[in-house]
Design a protein around this ligand. Structure first.
Ligand SMILES: Nc1nc2c(ncn2[C@@H]2O[C@H](COP(=O)(O)OP(=O)(O)OP(=O)(O)O)[C@@H](O)[C@H]2O)c(=O)[nH]1
Ligand SMILES: [Mg+2]
Length: 375
């Protein structure tokens, strides 16, 4: 007879698939988007000038997973993943370029965040945008064009709402409320203020959410510097205010990615680099989005899960499976640092460092959680 245990283990359920977050690399032509993404993913770069969108699944590097894999010897180790879209280069120097840019902007309206790749490297064989290398100007132009694309969206929406709002339909009240917000947005953009500055509450946010404004999305900047500029400060001016900026050398990083681990370390030490671009890149994406990781361990699987900072144990449970959230009993939690210090779970328990947390517990980065639940 099979005795059913009402308390299931996480590994008995199927996981929800797909990448954990979606990021689009955008930027002016030949800023090094494909080179950087190839360095980060270890895959072949898309051809310079390609007009196709290329997607790469990039695993999130996490030393903790490596150590835990050594300890638990699981059947598999699952890293969090970032789906990176390598967008074609854009240019606003003529109508043809502007039209293509609009089209590409529309392709990225549903991503979680943008990475703007800005060129600082000098390379005589790669023509510079507007005939000179000027990262501050380029970033400013890119941001302005994104705002203009949003303005176009607002304007079209206002025209439509002004017509439909007079019709006595079920959605009339909502449309009226939305129109009011859209008019405020239009005014803000026209006076070069960010959209976010006029949104007062969640209700207004909900009304405009379906339009997926570009300038409401989190963005970080990757400054693609030349080898000789590594470590030197490059001014990005007002355009970079409030944005996380990561400097890396795309061509050097893509060379590094080709090397085996030992020669890579040696080479990096020579260049004064402390970590590979893949790590810096993903960590910056995480911090831009306010994400941390919690971990699950066991003989079947060791895995990292991204979650928003401040999320509760119940949110974390739901991240894995809705059943675990629904039947949540408690979260047996230990800190990764404690496990590493004590050597194994038994020792963690003996040291009194295994905690039983409830639904409202705020998950910390590196928490190793075993959810107890009953469905
Ligand atoms: N010197 C130098 N050259 C670079 C660097 N990064 C990229 N390049 C060169 O610049 C050219 C453009 O690089 P890509 O990675 O294709 O740039 P991209 O932004 O993907 O280009 P598009 O998709 O055409 O917009 C290539 O010839 C690269 O080898 C860098 O850090 N230093
Ligand atoms: Mg490219």
């Amino acid at each position: 007879m099979i005795v059913q245990n009402p308390i299931l283990k996480v590994s008995q359920l199927e996981y929800i698939g797909d990448a954990d977050l979606k990021v689009a690399l955008i930027g002016l032509m030949q800023s090094g988007k494909s080179t950087i993404l190839s360095a980060i993913s270890g895959k072949e770069p898309a051809m310079m000038g390609s007009t196709d969108i290329h997607e790469y699944m990039v695993p999130v590097p996490d030393d903790r997973l490596d150590w835990l894999t050594g300890l638990y010897q699981p059947k598999k180790t699952v890293h969090a993943t970032v789906d990176c879209m390598d967008m074609p280069g854009i240019s606003f120097t003529d109508d043809h370029g502007r039209k293509a840019a609009r089209k590409f902007f529309n392709e990225v309206r549903t991503v979680d965040m943008f990475v703007a790749v800005v060129r600082a490297f000098d390379n005589p064989s790669v023509p510079a945008y507007r005939s000179s290398v000027n990262p501050a100007r380029d970033l400013e132009e890119l941001k302005t064009e994104m705002l203009l694309a949003d303005l176009e969206l607002v304007t079209t929406r206002i025209e439509r709402l002004e017509k439909s709002v007079h019709k006595p339909t079920k959605t009339q009240a909502r449309e009226k409320a939305e129109l009011e917000v859209q008019l405020k947005l239009q005014e803000a953009i026209e006076s070069e203020k960010p959209i976010s500055s006029v949104i007062e509450n969640d209700l207004q946010m909900d009304l405009i959410k379906p339009l997926n404004f570009l300038t409401l999305k989190p963005m970080m900047v990757v400054l693609n510097v030349g080898e000789d500029q590594l470590g030197s400060k490059i001014e990005l001016g007002a355009a970079s205010e409030g944005l996380e900026v990561v400097s890396l050398c795309g061509s050097l990083e893509s060379e590094l990615a080709q090397l085996d681990a030992d020669s890579r370390e040696e080479f990096m030490a020579d260049m004064g680099l402390t970590e590979p671009a893949s790590k810096t890149f993903v960590q910056s994406c995480y911090s831009t989005l306010g994400l941390i990781s919690f971990l699950t361990v066991g003989k079947d699987e060791v895995r990292a899960w991204p979650i928003e900072k401040g999320a509760s144990a119940l949110d974390a449970a739901g991240k894995i499976h809705s059943d675990i959230k629904r039947g949540f009993i408690r979260a047996e939690t230990m800190a990764y640092a404690d496990l590493q210090e004590q050597g194994d779970e038994k020792a963690v328990k003996a040291a009194g460092k295994m905690r039983l947390e409830g639904k409202t517990y705020v998950v910390q980065d590196g928490d190793i959680i075993n959810f107890r639940f009953n469905v």
